[in-house]
Ligand binder design. Structure first.
Ligand code: AKB
Length: 325
């Protein structure tokens, strides 16, 4: 059996996609790779782990041949706000990393999953019901790498027959992976503050409406699009997928239904606000629904209830561990 390689296994999506794939395909068949030499115990004990810098094409090729890899989920990237602070590093990781993955995939007949983003759109894109095919003129380096990445994946599919598929993810919300350098991170950080009994200072203005998704839906979407019958795929890179759309004010009100004492203030970060203002409020994901049966499972109330339950259990567990030390 051909194995699966997850690059960026310790990052935001990889932290949940890797166990999801291992549960489905068996631990030994899913190789986790990340820039950390020592990943967490759960990741290391459930299957093989390899330290990898995806900018090193040779090491990637060795990994692919050593493990007999048939599918690569390439998740390693700098997110939008972090990329804006280090544009050259973002280009090197997001673009050169992807080019290496596609080159190795072409040489070894691997399928490739590429996560694009609402960041692939820009201020001239329609923000409401953003169509599958529309204007893509992003004005951030992150967006430039996502749009170019979509095109590069399509090029490798057409020119070299690489089975490259992708999704345009909205902001992703996870109780497992801590936020790291994204514009939509507020929608995760807010839960940590609420459960720790702290006031949350939101970096986006109260009415900033953005497209969002809970991580279990994102993991399922990534697996489903890679398992879809290729004959039904009218698009490759990348399908719009969405689940919910809310503002910081609406998320705050939803959390207060569970934790009435929680409070939030605003200190708008001009960099993140400018990025958010150019992104879709809600994408039209009808092509994904029609072509491979995409349907989200979580809306805002369901996501908030599950986040509060799971994250509070995790934070309590950590507190217990600290007290026992
Ligand atoms: C970010 O905020 O940079 C990411 C994204 C929407 O791609 N979460």
């Amino acid at each position: 059996m051909k194995r699966i390689l997850v690059i960026g296994a310790t990052g935001q999506i990889g932290t949940e996609l890797t166990p999801g794939l291992r549960a489905r395909c068996g631990g030994e068949n899913v190789i986790a790779a990340g820039h950390r030499r020592e990943p967490g115990t759960a990741l290391r004990e459930a299957g093989p782990y390899a330290a990898l810098d995806v900018r090193d094409r040779e090491s990637l090729a060795v990994l692919v041949t050593t493990y007999g890899i048939g599918t690569v989920y390439h998740l390693a990237a700098l997110l939008s706000a972090a990329a804006e602070a280090r544009p050259q590093a973002a280009w090197e990781l997001n673009m050169n990393g992807l080019l290496n993955v596609l080159e190795v995939a072409a040489a070894h007949q691997c399928a490739v999953f590429f996560p694009s983003s609402i960041g692939a759109f820009g201020p001239s894109t329609p923000r409401v019901n953003t169509p599958q095919l529309t204007i893509q003129r992003p004005n951030t380096i992150y967006g430039v790498t996502k749009t170019a990445g979509e095109l590069l994946c399509d090029y490798y599919h057409r020119r070299f027959g690489v089975d490259a598929r992708g999704l345009r993810f909205p902001g992703l919300i996870s109780h497992t992976a801590p936020p790291g350098g994204g514009t939509t991170d507020y929608a995760v950080e807010i839960f940590y503050a609420a459960l720790r009994g702290e006031q949350y200072v939101c970096p986006l203005a109260p009415s900033t409406r953005l497209d969002m998704m809970y991580m279990p839906d994102a993991v399922r979407a990534a697996i489903e699009v890679m398992e879809a019958d290729p004959a039904g795929l009218r698009f490759r890179n990348a399908y719009n997928v969405t689940a919910m759309s809310f503002t910081p004010e609406e998320l705050y009100r939803e959390i207060r239904r569970h934790l009435p004492g929680f409070s939030m203030t605003f200190a708008v970060d001009p960099v993140r606000q400018a990025i958010a203002d150019g992104w879709p409020e809600k994408m039209d994901d009808s092509a994904a629904r029609r072509d491979w049966g995409w349907a989200p499972g979580y809306d805002l109330p369901a996501m908030a209830a599950d986040m509060l339950e799971k994250l509070s259990a995790r934070l309590e567990g950590k507190g217990r561990m600290r007290n026992a030390e």
